[in-house]
Write a protein that binds this ligand. Structure first.
Ligand SMILES: Nc1ncnc2c1ncn2[C@@H]1O[C@H](COP(=O)(O)O)[C@@H](OP(=O)(O)O)[C@H]1O
Ligand SMILES: CCc1ccc(OS(=O)(=O)O)cc1
Length: 301
């Protein structure tokens, strides 16, 4: 075996020995057990008026949005955005392994923070301080497929079982951070009474420059066209897949040989995963869940 092959084997063996995280609940929402045990600390987090929060359901395009925001804040300075891995640049509020709350508290303002919490579990200080929030959403079918592969490679999350099993788990909302339906609908409603920029993964794929401009305006910045073009290029899937500061390559809980963090980055991959039966069942359930919202998604481009 070459050194690289041996190293990979050792890493995979180490990964296999990491015990899966335990899950518990806060107000009926499944969260990692440490988060639930530390819930008071999370709930009582003190946001500041100039905090920016990036919120999403897991696997909706969070990292992509984070990198876009960071580059806009740094006027397109690529070197500066490569100063640290994305989870250190933007504390992951509720995630204990990265000590999200402690990192946020230690960070100088203005801070950019990340969360996957559903609207009803967001610490109230974000509302009290009227913090700007960017929410990114992705169509449920692609989001489900992406989450399934993420759970297969990430020991920070429960083992998803087979795809067929996972389909049922996701539809019932018994996944970490809760039901996709409640998440996207809750944040959609809140945008009418709070400064929330609601983005869609599919729109970002269709016209990245237009969506990046929206983020820039929301942040009150004014960048030249050439800087915007630079940001478009540097936040493409291909560039971010090769960027060690955005691809979680050094996270010991992730086994990228099972499924890379930067997996496919497309709209419509669900067609390669859903059976005809699952698609039919999904569409029926979807109609019921989404009957009470004006929110709609593209499932293909
Ligand atoms: N620059 C980019 N362009 C398009 N998709 C991207 C992207 N960066 C990350 N993604 C995709 O966004 C998903 C991860 O989202 P999150 O950051 O919320 O975990 C993954 O989807 P896939 O698993 O479908 O490939 C990943 O490949
Ligand atoms: C391992 C912790 C972790 C990292 C990233 C997660 O979500 S997302 O990629 O930002 O959607 C979730 C858990």
């Amino acid at each position: 075996l070459t050194f690289i092959e041996k190293n990979r084997e050792t890493k995979e063996l180490e990964w296999a020995l990491i015990p899966p995280r335990e899950v518990s609940q806060v107000d009926g929402v499944f969260l990692e057990k440490n988060m639930c045990n530390n819930w008071d600390k999370i709930w009582n987090f003190q946001a500041k008026p100039d905090d920016l929060l990036i919120a999403s359901y897991p696997k909706a395009g969070t990292t992509w949005t984070q990198e876009i925001v960071d580059l806009i804040q740094n006027n397109g300075d690529i070197e500066n955005s490569r100063r640290a891995p994305i989870h250190l640049r933007h504390p992951f509020l509720e995630w204990n392994s990265f000590s999200g709350i402690d990192e946020a508290n230690a960070m100088p303002s203005p801070r950019t923070l990340k969360t996957h919490l559903p609207i009803q579990l967001l610490p109230p200080s974000f509302w009290e301080k009227k913090c700007k929030i960017i929410y990114v959403a992705r169509n449920a079918k692609d989001n489900m497929v992406s989450y399934y592969y993420f759970q297969t490679m990430n020991k920070g999350l429960p083992d998803p079982g087979s795809w067929d099993e996972y389909f049922e788990t996701f539809m019932s909302g018994k996944v970490m951070w809760g039901s996709w339906f409640d998440h996207v609908k809750g944040w959609w409603k809140k945008k009418d009474s709070h400064p929330i920029l609601y983005l869609f993964y599919e729109e970002m794929m269709k016209d990245p420059k237009r969506e990046i401009r929206k983020v820039m305006e929301f942040l009150g910045k004014n960048l030249k066209e050439e800087v915007l073009d630079k940001i478009v290029n540097n936040t493409s899937f291909a560039v971010m897949k090769n960027n060690p500061m955005t691809n979680y390559i050094n996270d010991i809980e992730m086994n990228h040989s099972l499924s890379p963090f930067m997996r496919k980055g497309v709209v419509g991959d669900w067609k390669n995963q859903f059976t005809e039966d699952q698609n039919k069942r999904f569409n029926e359930d979807y109609e019921k869940h989404m009957a009470d919202t004006s929110l709609s998604f593209f499932e293909e481009l």
